[in-house]
Ligand binder design. Structure first.
Ligand SMILES: Cc1cc2nc3c(=O)[nH]c(=O)nc-3n(C[C@H](O)[C@H](O)[C@H](O)COP(=O)(O)OP(=O)(O)OC[C@H]3O[C@@H](n4cnc5c(N)ncnc54)[C@H](O)[C@@H]3O)c2cc1C
Length: 293
């Protein structure tokens, strides 16, 4: 199949916040054979390339953006590759959604991902953001990543040669932004029952403290060193703060929620208000975790 080109893709339809205008094009990469065509398209250099997964960590402006969205499709897997002692190596395509991967791991009785229950992104997005919760980061279970960049082509890189840090990923062998094509993870065999119980406990904990079914992008600010951004926002009076149809959640002050009909302008103004309130109260400048486009 050739590289698929979609004109004027809607970003509000491609993001969990449901906000944003249109991009110029979306390039859907179905198989490795499409990557040369992608490189040729990008070499024209007229548009800003942006790799998009589930759009669950994006806050996109209104209007028409000079972006070429790049999306991988047809995730092969997850599949078991081999056994290494008590661990199984599992291979998974970047477009695979995390909830689907976790469902597969639960059925197989593979442990390691339970704390990530409730994160709606793709495997590619989980690598790029080093997504994490309750002390587990996606990078903790990754053994190698297959990356593509126009200069370097497609290659497997060991996790040891990558840098997974707080909500960030970098790979010196592919400098700059690269496309995650697929990953291998090391998971430990336990039993479906144990994995299910642990995933359920994580979900229940999140359900009690986070607006899990609302239109959001998860936490919008990173935790500053040694502090929880949610606590700082709460103490600075941002919990439940509403502007138009956007609001900081009543349940968790670091979740910005689209109540229906919210706009990017309202969202951005709320982010500014929150940063000012925290700076004034604590002298701390919060950094956004959500990616602004
Ligand atoms: C209800 C809710 C709960 C959440 N809970 C958490 C949480 O507990 N912990 C947490 O860390 N996050 C959480 N998030 C945020 C989000 O789900 C994660 O950051 C997730 O990893 C983003 O994946 P995505 O596929 O949606 O990426 P996108 O939002 O589409 O993109 C995010 C970044 O990843 C890059 N990217 C995406 N796919 C690829 C790829 N194939 N190759 C290279 N780069 C790529 C993009 O270029 C962008 O820089 C939550 C979000 C929601 C809506």
């Amino acid at each position: 199949m050739a590289l698929e080109l979609i004109r004027n893709p809607s970003l509000s339809e491609r993001t969990t916040l449901g906000l944003g205008g249109t991009a110029e094009v979306e390039l859907v990469v179905h198989e490795t054979g499409d990557l040369d065509e992608l490189a040729a398209f990008l070499s024209r250099g007229t548009l800003r390339p942006f790799v998009i997964g589930r759009g669950s960590n994006l806050l996109v402006r209104d209007g028409h953006l000079d972006l070429a969205l790049i999306r991988t499709a047809t995730p092969p897997g997850p599949t078991r590759v081999e056994r290494e002692g008590d661990r199984f190596i599992v291979r998974c395509g970047a477009a695979q959604r995390l909830p689907g991967l976790l469902g597969w791991a639960e059925k197989a009785g593979f442990s390691g991902l339970e704390n990530l229950t409730g994160i709606p992104g793709t495997v590619g997005g989980a690598v790029a953001m080093n997504a994490g919760s309750y002390g587990t980061s996606f990078g903790d279970v990754v053994t190698r990543v297959r990356l593509w960049s126009p200069g370097q082509g497609l290659s497997w890189v060991d996790a040891a040669d990558c840098v997974f840090s707080y909500r960030n990923f970098a790979c010196p062998a592919h400098p700059g932004k690269s496309l995650v094509w697929e990953v291998e993870l090391a998971l430990t065999e336990t039993s479906p029952k144990e994995v299910r119980a642990s995933m359920r406990a994580t979900y229940e904990k999140k359900q009690a403290t986070q607006p899990v079914t609302a239109r959001s992008a998860g936490c919008v600010f990173k935790n500053p060193e040694g502090k929880a951004a949610g606590m700082l926002l709460d103490n600075a009076g941002m919990r439940g703060m509403r502007l138009g149809h956007m609001a900081f959640s009543d349940l968790h002050a670091n979740f910005l929620v689209n109540l229906g009909g919210g706009t990017p302008a309202q969202a951005l103004e709320l982010l500014d208000m929150a940063k000012s309130a925290v700076r004034e109260k604590y002298g701390i400048t919060l950094e956004t975790e959500v990616i602004l486009l």
